[in-house]
Design a protein around this ligand. Structure first.
Ligand SMILES: C[S@@+](CC[C@H](N)C(=O)[O-])C[C@H]1O[C@@H](n2cnc3c(N)ncnc32)[C@H](O)[C@@H]1O
Length: 403
């Protein structure tokens, strides 16, 4: 094996790595890592080797990710494939031991950095597997990863393995590709908490159900009672709406701007004949518009779910979800019953839990609204988070009770 280059890293990176943060962002040091090197050994300011890094010179935001801080680094690199397999096995084993995951066909087998597998996410979707890479570093290890999955799940056929490159920039936002036939599209049904959902692979960036939200859906069941009326804003394919109906809600209204997702939601409803679809109403319009319409009709709800995209654009300007919350909370309040709850989500690592909570408390103060913070919700179960790595803890939810 060629000698691995040893490179000084930025003083802030030294601090962050010592605190458990696994990323190196672009700076004067990381931009000079030798481009052709797959691995880099990071050195501290006293030229002591401190971490073995996986290098991705083409990534816009994350130039390298920590593989290990344990010596000897050249040995770790030499036995990299065996180390990778061992980490995959450990992650799979954890999921197979988790009783809560028996309640659903969809769960994460690997959740990136928190499983010590930086930039790799692997989803089990019934008898399919979707392997997601957030860095093209992993492209050359596709076969090793696929084989390791199939050793643990021997029933997993080659044609049921899907691969996807994902990320924040356009070059990384690819559709899932089938491992045996790159042009293939796949449609099938999976169950989550006794409900059926339509999953599509190969035709869209997301497959139709947010699995990182599954444990949150489960936790929120205590706010939905028999006879609740529920408003699901930014409903996507309706996972929260169907779940509310299954829990006995007497009326559920879903709002999404996209006719494609509302159509998908209707297909999901059709897959669950035990749900009474006459108790469901779909509004294909913007949330802002829907809240005004519902208010004018003097409609009231007991539980509101609000899960906006982290940022949106009206063609002219980009607004972050946190900025739109003042207007949204004011409008949601007008259609929420006293003693009712709203759960508001923020889907970004750029705002910390504390900042989100503070901003919402400030907004409630400015609007002179009286709410209790009943609960905080976040990633859980199959989606662990890592201390010292806020980027991995991107999902935040606050349950507010109207006093
Ligand atoms: C993050 S997804 C919501 C996921 C959903 N809560 C779930 O758990 O399945 C965001 C959704 O918001 C919709 N959307 C974006 N901007 C919107 C707007 N202004 N009004 C209504 N829907 C919007 C998108 O079409 C998308 O389906």
């Amino acid at each position: 094996m060629e000698k691995i280059p040893e490179c000084l890293i930025h003083p802030i990176s030294i601090k962050l790595i010592r605190a458990g943060h696994p990323w190196i962002t672009p700076d004067n040091f990381s931009n000079r890592f030798p481009r052709q090197s797959e691995f880099v050994i990071a050195m501290d300011d006293r030229k002591r080797p401190m971490a073995l890094l996986l290098h991705d010179p083409n990534h816009k935001n994350v130039k390298a990710r920590v593989w290990t801080t344990k010596y000897p680094f050249d040995r770790e690199a030499e036995h990299f494939t065996a180390g990778l397999q061992a980490r995959l096995d450990l992650a799979f084993e954890k999921r197979l031991k988790e009783p809560a995951l028996k309640e659903r066909d969809n769960y994460y087998l690997v959740f990136g950095e928190a499983d010590q597998l930086p930039g790799i996410f692997i989803l089990k979707l019934k008898d399919r597997v979707l392997i997601q890479f957030y860095t093209s570093f992993w492209n050359r290890y596709k076969t090793v990863i696929q084989t390791t999955v199939q050793e643990v799940f021997p029933e997993m056929k080659d044609e049921n393995i899907w691969l996807q490159l994902r990320g924040e920039t356009r070059e990384l936002q690819k559709l899932p590709v089938n491992s045996t036939d790159a042009g293939r599209r796949d449609e099938f049904h999976i169950q989550e908490f006794g409900l059926q959902y339509l999953i599509r692979l190969g035709s869209s960036y997301d497959y139709g159900l947010y699995t990182d939200m599954s444990s949150v859906r489960y936790v929120l069941k205590k706010y939905i009672h028999h006879d609740s009326s529920v408003l699901n804003l930014y409903s996507y394919t309706g996972a929260f709406s169907l779940w509310a109906m299954k829990l006995g809600a007497k009326q559920v209204t879903s709002v999404d701007l996209s006719p494609k997702y509302i159509e998908w939601l209707q297909q999901n409803l059709g897959l669950n004949p035990e749900l009474n679809s006459t108790q469901h109403e779909a509004l294909t319009m913007s949330v802002e518009e829907a809240l005004v319409k519902l208010r004018n009709e003097e409609r009231k709800f007991d539980f509101i779910i609000c899960d906006p995209p982290s940022s949106s654009t009206d063609g002219d300007k980009r607004t972050s979800a946190i900025k739109s919350y003042k207007d949204l909370i004011s409008k949601m309040d007008k259609v929420l019953n006293p003693k009712g709850h709203m759960v508001i989500f923020l889907n970004t690592h750029q705002v910390t839990n504390q900042k989100f909570e503070r901003t919402i408390q400030d907004i409630l103060g400015e609007l002179k609204l009286h709410y209790n913070l009943s609960a905080r919700v976040s990633l859980g179960q199959d989606c662990p988070t890592l201390k010292g790595f806020p980027e991995g803890n991107y999902l935040k939810g606050l349950v507010l009770e109207k006093l």
